[in-house]
Design a protein around this ligand. Structure first.
Ligand code: SAM
Length: 212
């Protein structure tokens, strides 16, 4: 993603602690606290400009959502959408996924979404891929038992790598589509990247996997 530096982003984030959670460590083990209702929690890691998570939160008021994004200059676009929609079941977190375990305890999260994660194609960057085994371990440590990862991307190499990584970790495959937009999957909500790359004619790959 080409990043446009927004020097005002930090200040804007600080103005909206009701949307971008300010001291997330405080909620470890009790993530229902910042939400209006105690209900299942689904998080998206690498939420980008936030269309997916905002539309999911609108479509599923019975689920709490958190969109996680490392870059301030990007998360402010998601923040704009949340300010506009003012949803009681959506929060944003400006953190690096590597820090997930500092902020979430085992059983805090019911489902993880990974959408169009950065592919990091060079082998020496494998550990940065959000489907690398060390991330799968991290996710296991914050998910409920039998928690799920739902993953989609247009990048075939990353998808194949991730299926191997899931399989080697012992995750169970629940759903697989090698062409999401021409499948019978219902209720798909497009991300910004999905819109852009499907308009270019790219196929979208999607899977759901589950911890045992
Ligand atoms: N999911 C969005 C979409 O589909 O439109 C954005 C996709 S973009 C290729 C990947 C996003 O993941 C970027 O905004 C990037 O900053 C974020 N990201 C990558 N690694 C991350 C990490 N370790 N922790 C949090 N966010 C991360």
């Amino acid at each position: 993603m080409r990043l446009r530096h927004k020097p005002w982003a930090q200040e804007k984030i600080e103005q909206y602690p009701q949307y971008v959670v300010a001291n997330p460590e405080m909620h470890k083990g009790k993530w229902h606290e910042p939400f209006e209702k105690k209900q299942p929690l689904h998080i998206e890691i690498g939420t980008g400009k936030g269309r997916f998570i905002t539309e999911m939160a609108k479509a599923h008021p019975d689920i709490n959502y958190i969109g996680i994004e490392v870059y301030k200059s990007v998360i402010v676009d998601a923040l704009d959408k949340l300010i506009e929609a003012d949803l009681p079941n959506l929060k944003l977190l400006n953190i690096d996924a590597n820090d997930l375990e500092k902020l979430f305890a085992k059983n805090d999260v019911d489902r993880i979404y990974l959408n169009f994660s950065d592919p990091w194609p060079k082998t020496r960057h494998e550990k940065r891929r959000l489907t690398y085994k060390s991330f799968l371990k991290l996710y296991e440590n914050i998910l409920k038992d039998a928690g799920e990862i739902h993953f989609k991307t247009d990048n075939q190499s990353l998808f194949e790598y991730s299926l191997m990584s899931f399989s080697q970790y012992g995750l169970l495959l629940k759903y697989l589509s090698l062409d999401l937009h021409h499948s019978d999957f219902e209720g798909n909500i497009m991300t910004e990247y999905e819109q852009k790359f499907s308009e270019k004619g790219n196929r979208i790959f999607r899977c759901e996997v589950k911890y045992q």
